[in-house]
Design a binder for this molecule. Sequence first.
Ligand SMILES: C[S@@+](CC[C@H](N)C(=O)[O-])C[C@H]1O[C@@H](n2cnc3c(N)ncnc32)[C@H](O)[C@@H]1O
Ligand SMILES: Nc1nc2[nH]cc(C(=O)O)c2c(=O)[nH]1
Ligand code: SF4
Ligand SMILES: [Mg+2]
Length: 181
Amino acid sequence: MRKINEIFYSLQGEGYHTGTPAVFVRFSGCNLKCSFCDTQHEEGTLMTDDEIIAEVSKYPAATVILTGGEPSLWIDDALVDRLHEAGKYVCIETNGTRPLPASIDWVTCSPKQGARLAITRMDEVKVVYEGQDISIYERLSAEHFFLQPCSCYNTALTVDCVMRHPKWRLSLQTHKLIDIR
Ligand SMILES: C[S@@+](CC[C@H](N)C(=O)[O-])C[C@H]1O[C@@H](n2cnc3c(N)ncnc32)[C@H](O)[C@@H]1O
Ligand SMILES: Nc1nc2[nH]cc(C(=O)O)c2c(=O)[nH]1
Ligand code: SF4
Ligand SMILES: [Mg+2]
């Protein structure tokens, strides 16, 4: 059984796959307490893998995005295998503080200040910008680096930082801008 906060169908609003139709599986609870966290993730319902697969299979998109809360608290190889058997492409949004199943197709790591990373494989780094020094993240072994305004309130500062550090691209929370889930 896994504690699920919500399962919903939307477009990926952030990062490399922005605009991609995806089924979001939001797991409950987190091991961190970011002051800026924009998600009420504590509530949830225990679901079996059969129930999770049945729910995600209701939607036409191949992409499933495991998120939370912190999904790494709840997922394992067995769930990823079941999603693959259902023909899904499995992405994860993680704070990177816990090991992940190697079979995940795409890892978005969003490192948090003061939290030690426990993963080395990541496809994209996506940092919520609060004015911090971003050069420390450039040593991470990712193909893509995204800087994301915090709660859409410091977009101009984030744009300025990206233009000064062109290894990075801007990630907007487009779902909040176009008012989708
Ligand atoms: C809610 S978190 C859940 C997944 C995971 N716990 C993590 O932090 O990556 C999903 C994404 O939203 C970002 N995020 C959370 N609160 C935000 C905020 N107020 N403004 C911008 N991005 C935010 C996180 O950094 C992460 O990239
Ligand atoms: N549309 C949409 N895109 C997202 N990308 C990451 C999200 C998250 O909360 O993990 C999220 C979300 O909550 N909604
Ligand atoms: S790690 Fe992610 S889910 Fe946890 S508090 Fe931070 S932003 Fe929210
Ligand atoms: Mg969100």
